[in-house]
Design a protein around this ligand. Structure first.
Ligand code: UN1
Length: 508
């Protein structure tokens, strides 16, 4: 389908129809769903009322009583069918991600691939929700732990990964026996509805799932607040800003609900003297400029050893000056629009602040000739900083890469760790000692620490998340599934005596 033939709106409406999103979502006055490509309204959606949200949570709680008793491998079958739907509709859903979130086509498709991958992972996991058998100190006893479904899982997701991050949570939650109630970003409701429509197809093919097992709430912040406050929601997995996490975490803690928080990142890379500069250049370009700098894992700070600074910087500047920016539907484009004007304004403010403390800014200008005032296209900014200070110390959700020189690696690692967030990090080096130091306990303090690849683009097989103000939650691979289940320790006495632990004697 040639991008020039259809308007963004017609393109999106055709995709929505093919994906089976019911026409009833289109309302006269309601929430506008906009495309960042040209700022146009694609559809107007009827928001979910708070009563409807409460009812959806109630249905999910009822579904839990049924779903938790379905054998886990059977639950995996539902996720397998959902993965099949995603495979069959990858092109359409990927395109909708491009149209609604502004990602370039290959990243839109990549997002759906990430959903497929987590479904595959979860299907395998559905036969591996293992507990331990533990040596007991008492004769004729056996001690073991069992993992049980936890309850209704609320998912609050952000615009930048409008569907993949939900899938990381939902695929695991569903095999773990938990219903899922989803509050997507109000900036990306259409991809959420399309994903939900595909899940409904899988549910119909599965046949035996309880009604209310999965729901999507379309609307603003109040619906997220309701998920956080509702005692029937056992776990809330929330992705977004640290400010959002600071608001949500105490509310969940107050009712002892579980939280999985994936908040801000201020991710760094270190380029050491022995780095392969060709490789580092490509990794930096993708990590810092890809997705228009709007990934949680985007590279935002670069520490370059003084011996290679003058070799690397001109090449980086050339890459920043020549990267193709424009309509993300054009296969030649590498950088699409920012999500909205507010994002472009935030970027401009951060660059002004950097200039005021002596930085040299390359690029970073608003490109008003691409789609005028409504769409927010910018040239990514490469900012040479005299030292780590000012806006370099915080996350601005835009393509800004702050660069500074370093002399010794310990100092660079300390500087890397000296910010509030702790999501992702990397080092480019050919020196084994440097690489090992970086990934050691004395090295990067982030949840993700890479060697010779950039900080963004994590695979689903690893646990995803970070420390400090990133929130400490883990999603996706490894044993992140344990966050969606409750652990019971069982001790079973198959003898005829009652030995007490710790040698206590209590004869009555
Ligand atoms: C996010 O930016 O919210 O590592 C998630 C990555 C992706 C996920 C990012 N797999 O960049």
């Amino acid at each position: 389908m040639a991008p020039s033939v259809l308007s963004v709106r017609d393109d999106a409406l055709a995709v929505l129809e093919r994906l089976g999103v019911p026409a009833s979502v289109h309302a006269q006055d309601g929430l506008p769903a906009r495309s960042p490509i040209g700022g146009e309204v694609i559809a107007t959606l009827r928001p979910t009322s708070r009563d409807e949200a409460a009812a959806a949570i109630g249905r999910a709680a009822e579904a839990f009583a049924v779903w938790r008793a379905v054998p886990a491998p059977r639950r995996g079958e539902l996720v397998r069918l959902f993965g099949e739907e995603l495979r069959a509709h990858k092109a359409d859903l990927g395109r909708l991600v491009t149209l609604e979130a502004g990602k370039i086509l290959s990243e839109g498709l990549g997002e759906v691939q990430e959903m497929i991958d987590i479904c595959d992972f979860a299907v395998g996991l559905s036969r591996q929700l293992h507990g331990l058998t533990i040596a007991t100190e008492r004769p004729e006893h056996r001690m073991m732990e069992v993992w049980h479904p936890l309850g209704v899982c609320g998912v609050i997701s952000a615009f930048n990964f409008p569907v993949a991050v939900w899938a990381w949570n939902a695929a695991l939650a569903l095999v773990c026996g938990d219903p899922v109630v989803w509050k997507p970003s109000e900036k990306t409701p259409l991809t959420a509805l399309a994903t939900h429509a595909l899940l409904e197809r899988a549910l119909a093919r599965f046949g035996a799932a309880p009604a209310g097992l999965a729901a999507v709430l379309i609307g603003g912040r109040d619906l997220g607040e309701d998920l956080v406050a509702d005692p029937r929601v056992a776990l809330v997995s929330a992705t977004g800003s640290t400010a959002m996490g600071r608001h949500v975490a105490p509310k969940l803690a107050a009712r002892f609900a579980r939280a999985i928080l994936e908040l801000g990142g201020n991710n760094a890379a270190i380029v050491a003297p022995s780095a392969d500069l060709d490789l580092a250049l490509r990794a930096i370009a993708f990590s810092a400029m890809g997705t228009a700098g709007q990934r949680c894992t985007t590279l935002r700070r670069l520490f370059v050893h003084e011996s290679v600074y003058d070799a690397l910087l001109p090449r980086l500047k050339a890459a920043y000056g020549s990267v193709r920016i424009g309509d993300p539907r054009d296969p030649a484009t590498l950088i699409g629009p920012l999500i909205d004007n507010a994002a472009a304004d935030g970027m401009a403010r951060a660059l002004d602040e950097a200039r005021a403390i002596g930085a040299t800014v390359h690029g970073g200008e608003r490109l008003r000739d691409i789609r005028g005032e409504v769409a927010a296209y910018v040239r990514p900014a490469l900012v040479e900083m005299p030292e780590q200070a000012g806006p370099m110390r915080r996350e601005t959700f835009a393509p800004i890469l702050y660069v500074t020189r370093y002399r010794d690696l310990d100092g660079a690692i300390a500087a890397q760790n000296a910010v509030a967030a702790g999501l992702s990090s990397s080092i480019f080096t050919g020196d084994l000692r440097e690489a090992e130091l970086f990934v050691s306990a004395a090295g990067s303090d982030c949840g993700i620490a890479n060697v010779n690849i950039g900080p963004s683009g994590a695979e689903i097989g690893g646990a995803f998340g970070g420390e400090k103000e990133t929130g400490g939650g883990r999603e996706s691979g490894s044993d992140a599934w344990k966050g969606y289940m409750r652990r019971a320790t069982n001790t079973i006495n198959y003898g005829r005596t009652l030995p007490l632990a710790q040698g206590v004697s209590f004869e009555v």
